[in-house]
Ligand binder design. Structure first.
Ligand SMILES: NC(=O)NCCC[C@H](N)C(=O)O
Length: 304
């Protein structure tokens, strides 16, 4: 049996699901794309090639191996995108919560049943269908659960809005002793620089007390200000629009003092190094073209 344990983003990682890029399928049509950055690359003829993405994910697997992390991979579904494991479920404390993901991505969950079967069934939670939620929007942080959501009445017109207010309420009911703090995110189906697809696309805690954040990802200035005050101004690494577009907040922590980051993020990587955090760099620019990065392609199961 797998004894799940996730209380935050940064404690020493012991077991994780890492997505796979094999048999990713042909380049989608613009109508099939479900995020604006993929759309942009389809239009420009620069959509990523499977072999490049496989090799980028291999680099991550190698780093995880170096740190003795147990790595699970999804079973292969032919011609289907299975890179972004993060969104298909998430762990809080010792519970695995199955995500109610975008219908276009629904099959992804079938490919991790061999892992879910190793969890005590009493610890596996399935939320009602009307609770839309994806793991990229959910971040346990000690006594808090931070959740990205979209509160607009036009929720259903945004393919980029993945977590609704019903799911936020359901999480609060499931974890009555924690404070669920929801953040209203900016959504845009067409412009990737104006779209915070998930909370982890504009924010992430890192190290023992730091956070990476992009102000414009938050629709309400109060939400942004709350986070800056919570982490304290001096501990916050603010990223601009282009850095958000490059997915700079979407690195992945192996421990408080070790992260996996993209080679391109020189400003962030230097800032982390100056704070005594070891930065393991990988090439991930092809994966990034689908509006996801390192946090998005990993689903942590056990941290110390
Ligand atoms: N947590 C994340 O931000 N995941 C990235 C998912 C990208 C994928 N193209 C999607 O739109 O669902």
């Amino acid at each position: 049996m797998l004894s799940l344990n996730i209380k935050n983003e940064t404690s020493r990682l012991k077991a994780v699901i890492l997505g796979i890029a094999n048999s990713n399928g042909p380049t989608p049509s613009i109508e099939e794309a479900y995020d604006p950055k993929s759309k942009m690359h389809i239009e420009n003829g620069t959509y990523p090639i499977e072999a490049d993405m496989i090799s980028e994910m291999d680099e991550v697997a190698q780093v995880l191996k170096k740190y003795d992390v147990h790595v699970f991979r999804p079973q292969l579904i032919q011609n289907y995108n299975q890179i972004f494991s993060r969104d298909i479920g998430f762990v809080i404390d010792d519970k695995f919560i199955r995500a109610n993901i975008l219908p276009d991505r629904e099959q992804e969950i079938e490919a991790i049943h061999h892992i879910i079967d190793q969890i005590d069934p009493e610890k596996v939670v399935v939320l009602p269908e009307h609770c839309h939620i994806e793991g990229g929007d959910v971040m346990p942080h000690g006594d808090f659960i931070f959740v990205g959501t979209y509160l607009g009445e036009d929720y259903s017109s945004f393919i980029t809005a993945r977590t609704n207010t019903e799911a936020v309420a359901a999480l609060q009911e499931l974890f009555p002793h924690k404070t669920v703090k929801a953040f209203n995110l900016r959504k845009n189906n067409d412009d990737p620089k104006e779209n915070a697809l998930h909370l982890d696309c504009c924010f992430q805690p890192v190290g023992s007390k730091y956070a990476i954040i992009h102000e414009n990802g938050f629709l309400n200035p109060d939400d942004f200000n709350w986070l800056v005050q919570f982490f304290r101004e001096e501990n916050v690494f603010k990223i601009d629009k282009d850095e958000m577009f490059n997915m700079t907040s979407n690195i992945f922590s192996i421990a408080e003092d070790v992260v996996i980051s993209d080679k391109r993020f020189s400003r962030l990587n230097q800032w982390l190094t100056e704070r005594n955090i070891t930065v393991e760099t990988v090439n991930y620019k092809e994966i990034a073209k689908q509006e996801g990065l390192l946090r998005c392609s990993t689903l942590p199961l056990i941290r110390e």
